[in-house]
Design a binder for this molecule. Structure first.
Ligand SMILES: *Cc1c(COP(=O)(O)O)cnc(C)c1O
Length: 224
């Protein structure tokens, strides 16, 4: 794809996000995080050059490499993957804009310790396993609210901003929708929650219609 063709292609993706958000309301603003895990630094720079600022990675090592290679650009980095305890310090050294996938009390406690030691705070979302899938990380819907409140009171350096979910892994649109609705219902009950991160390349329009205000788009943003 030439530069112009890519720009037209991205305009079309943005138009799809626009159409979905306007179905909710003119006031419903949706942010796109471009998930660059399958993409090179050059591809990220190309997307930046046509206006994208927020990028997400799911491995600390990749985040470190790409954010370093692209440090001249004013990018916003999101961490969206499973965080192992022995990688916390590496993540904090990068100081990401948002950690989407806080998925256990144990991890929150460990993260709190490391943040306090560095006198840092970190904006975080709790991940909710709203489709009850074995293969997925996150709090179960029935434990999410209590966990959120526990982290809020016990982990002052963690700034909780809301929730993140991955839609049900299914061909059945109703099942996927149900998983998004489950997450959104919890989101609405949480104190100070302003970010509902759900929706990927295959299901972002449905996620937005269910209340998502942050979509994590990988393959579609990089035309893979
Ligand atoms: C890879 C990934 C995405 C993006 O996936 P696509 O289907 O390529 O859009 C979004 N969220 C998480 C947590 C991911 O790991």
């Amino acid at each position: 794809m030439t530069e112009i063709e890519y720009k037209i292609y991205i305009d079309d993706v943005i138009r799809r996000v626009e159409t979905a958000r306007l179905k909710v309301s003119g006031h419903h603003i949706v942010k796109i995080v471009a998930v660059s895990k399958y993409s090179t630094s050059d591809e990220i720079a190309r997307l930046y050059s046509i206006g994208q600022r927020a990028f997400g990675e799911n491995k600390v090592q990749d985040l470190k490499k790409k954010s370093h290679t692209l440090e001249e650009l004013p990018l916003e980095w999101h961490f969206i993957g499973n965080l192992q305890k022995n990688k916390i310090n590496n993540l904090l050294d990068i100081n990401p804009t948002l950690f989407h996938s806080l998925d256990s009390i144990e991890l929150a406690q460990e993260l709190q310790k490391k943040l306090a030691a560095k006198e840092m705070t970190l904006d975080c979302l709790i991940q909710i396993n709203s489709a009850y899938e074995e293969s997925k990380h996150g709090f179960l819907p029935e434990e999410a609210k209590a966990a959120y409140e526990q982290i809020m009171t016990q982990c002052p350096n963690i700034r909780l901003k809301g929730v993140m979910s991955i839609g049900a892994h299914s061909e059945d649109k109703e099942l996927i929708k149900k998983s998004f609705e489950t997450t959104y219902e919890i989101y609405k009950t949480l104190p100070n929650a302003t970010i509902c991160s759900m929706g990927m390349s295959q299901d972002f329009e449905l996620a937005i219609e269910c209340g998502s205000n942050m979509v994590r788009l990988g393959s579609i943003m990089f035309n893979k």
